[in-house]
Design a binder for this molecule. Sequence first.
Ligand code: NDP
Length: 265
Amino acid sequence: MDQYRVFGNPIKQSRSPIIHQSFAEQTQQQLNYQSEYVELDQFEQTVKDFAKNGGKGANITVPFKEQALRICDQLTERARLAGAVNTLCFVDGKILGDNTDGQGLVQDLLNNKVQLKTSRILLLGAGGAAKGVILPLLAQLPESIVIANRTIAKAENLIKQFNNKKLSALGFAELGDEKFDLIINATSASLSGNVPPIAKELAVNTYCYDMVYGNELTPFLQWAKDNGATKVMDGLGMLVGQAAESFRIWRDVHPEVISVLHQLR
Ligand code: NDP
């Protein structure tokens, strides 16, 4: 049976095996997908051993996504621009790297009936997750994407790399009364119970998305709801969406995500 893995550290919390098992059942694919804990200094060796032993593909999660990029023989443009790889394919002794996180986000936004074309988007954060979603968001032809980050220099560096006139960078304090159609929180602030310090008026009549997810509303989504957001959405759909895109790359079939998302919730 074809073998797949998700490699990470920590890994116990990963929902990827459940998601891929559901996709496999739904599409009647015969495969085995498991999570594997990798010691911090063992990543490259572990991946190469897995490939040598017949592994077909792997997902990569924290903290190995940048390292994964460096061991690839070939990269997609979205992985190169994201500077990180979350999906590996092992083909004819070569390692191919892709990044499906951004596609997962875009697909989830579209499933939630969020219009991206001609929209004004505020992207909070300038870490790996923010970087990975910029190209797929630009592909949806928004009017503009403002990237706001606690450390402004990081947001400025990001827009230099992409060199696209729809992008601009600001600090949180510089966000004036410009209205946005969609705010995407790509910071990890919710994990520590915090909300990026932006004016509450920004949430009014706006779609608000947090890449973090949990059993309850994240602090950012609670803030958005309290301040009149049109709709609040967490990152579980992005997680299932990126998995679906990896599955498509490996198996050449599109799994259906909504039922799997309901099952997880
Ligand atoms: P990074 O560590 O690369 O970046 C963290 C970002 O959060 C930086 O922009 C940082 O700002 C900002 N930040 C951290 N704490 C605060 C705070 N208290 N207030 C304001 N800004 C803050 O992380 P990633 O980019 O890889 O991941 C970001 C989040 O996205 C994580 O929580 C992760 O779980 C989630 N994620 C979800 C996915 C999904 O499928 N749902 C997929 C990928 C990521 P600064 O630069 O100033 O330090």
